[in-house]
Design a protein around this ligand. Sequence first.
Ligand code: RTP
Ligand code: MG
Length: 143
Amino acid sequence: MALERTFSIVKPDAVAKNHIGAIYHRFESAGLRIVAAKMLHLSREQAEGFYGEHKERPFFNALVSFMTSGPVMVQVLEGEDAVRKNREIMGATNPKDAAAGTLRGDYAASIDENAVHGSDAAASAAREIAFFFTDAELCARTR
Ligand code: RTP
Ligand code: MG
């Protein structure tokens, strides 16, 4: 399988609880390389645009409010089968269903405040990476 890239967010709850390093450690331990990263505090417009596919869902306003409640880390992860691998590391959307040893199983408090985001497919990964990063900000990791 070829190298693939996926997009990830450490959400405001996990940043507030000082879990950035622990979460990055899980990515790196699984063989995913961080090829771009930054901290930012999303504006309402950014959060609404990013989660546009969920605009009509009942949880949309709560989701946007939560995602703008504090700073997040956004990062691009690269590796074999990166999209699927990251979703596996993250665990189920609802921490009640997430296995111990997954990020949401270990760090998420509720379905609304669930520690991390990860792209769900190669096409959404490409769209989400371009939403936050220019091509020049993606670093080749050849060494
Ligand atoms: P994400 O996009 O954040 O990685 O999460 P996901 O793919 O596992 O879940 P998705 O269906 O894309 O939903 C996005 C976020 O919306 C919140 N949500 N709440 N109350 C609910 O029924 C509900 N469903 C989804 C979650 O915080 C989820 O991460
Ligand atoms: Mg999703």
